[in-house]
Design a protein around this ligand. Structure first.
Ligand code: SF4
Length: 363
């Protein structure tokens, strides 16, 4: 039988430990109390994790040796192994990270004139099955722990520390359906938003869902000041069912009712993501139909010209048609922008890099 050396045994033991990044501040306080320690130490631990961004409990020099040992015994400070890092000519950086169990996830750093934004993954794979998306190839392997989502932001921030820059916004639009991993996603939001944590302002965080309706009601009731987006991609229910099978379970009419509830409850505007797929959903009549669907709703539409996806059968909408679509919506008084493309010269579409590099995971 093959023997493990000491380092391998240590690594195997670490894999079983909970990520300290998964714990909200009050949970660390509870853990400290239960372990005979003073709750105020939680703020010191947060400071080490999120301000100093240390990667070892041993470095937390203002904690007693006993407490550091207890932390080391029970938790790990999750580190993500960078398998591939692709940098685009526009500054976008796409990371393929490997998790402790060998699965891989994507995280993207995007440069805007208003700051640095990180797009995070919430699941290994996805079970929603949108027909245009490489992330769903191979289905869902597992949910990410909150700490594994937090670790993506921390890891990118550590890279930015070298140039004294900061992550100023976060979008939850990477691999996975965030509302399918709701509790971990919610903890993640609270941890990165906390003023003792990474201090990403609520209005600088955006979460996007394909439309899991019960969770939209639940999220509305959380009453957070987070930006909220729906991946819509269609102007009528038949078309949406073709592009996004989730529409068979959660129909467009019911989705719009949930959207109205969210807006009434929070007073916040909602964004609709609308990918333009050549010859499928990108004509002026589609834009007219979309304007009718969104009439009277406090919203903004993000048009996303979709690039050819090798694993799928969609082609790009020509420029003149993109502008005609935008103009039609504007003429109907709908707020609309065409999303700037990031990383057009790398595998920037969600799930593409993982699908290419980790074929065994995406079959
Ligand atoms: S678009 Fe989002 S929800 Fe749809 S399959 Fe891809 S990752 Fe899942």
């Amino acid at each position: 039988m093959e023997q493990l050396n000491t380092t391998e045994m240590q690594t195997a033991a670490d894999k079983k430990k909970r990520s300290i990044y998964s714990l909200e501040l009050h949970e660390i306080k509870d853990w400290l109390s239960k372990n005979g320690e003073k709750p105020f130490r939680a703020e010191q631990i947060y400071d080490w994790l999120y301000k100093k961004r240390t990667t070892a409990f041993e470095d937390m020099s203002n904690l007693s040796k006993g407490l550091r040992d207890k932390l080391t015994e029970q938790f790990q400070i999750t580190t993500l192994k960078t398998v591939i890092q692709q940098t685009s000519s526009d500054g976008t950086i796409k990371f393929l990270f490997e998790l402790h169990d060998g699965y891989s996830i994507e995280t993207v750093l995007m440069r805007h004139d208003y700051g640095n934004s990180v797009c995070v993954t919430t699941q290994v794979g996805c079970r929603i099955g949108c027909t245009f998306c490489a992330s769903t190839l191979g289905g869902l392997k597992r949910h990410l722990e909150a700490g594994e989502i937090v670790a993506q932001v921390v890891t990118v921030q550590q890279a930015l520390d070298q140039t004294d820059e900061r992550v100023s916004s976060v979008v939850i639009m990477g691999i996975g359906e965030p509302f399918d991993n709701y509790d971990n996603m919610l903890s993640f939001l609270k941890i990165i938003n906390h003023d003792k944590g990474l201090m990403i302002g609520a209005r600088h965080i955006t979460v996007s869902t394909s439309g899991i309706i019960p969770k939209i009601y639940q999220f509305a009731d959380e009453n957070m000041q987070i930006n909220f987006a729906i991946s819509l991609h269609a102007s009528n229910t038949e078309l949406r069912s073709r592009l996004m099978p989730i529409n068979k379970a959660y129909k467009l009419d019911d989705l719009m009712k949930a959207v109205k509830y969210y807006i009434d409850k929070t007073g916040r505007r909602i964004s609709f993501e609308y990918g333009l797929f050549g010859g499928v959903n990108d004509t002026v009549p589609h834009a007219e139909e979309l304007a009718t669907l969104l009439k009277g709703i406090k919203c903004h539409v993000n048009l996303i010209p979709v690039n050819y996806v090798p694993e799928r059968d969609y082609v790009r909408t020509p420029r003149d048609k993109i502008f005609a679509f935008e103009k039609t919506l504007k003429n109907h008084g709908i707020n609309v922008t065409i999303r700037r493309e990031h990383g057009h010269d790398i595998d920037a579409a969600c799930g593409q890099l993982r699908a290419k590099e980790r074929k065994e995971e995406t079959r």
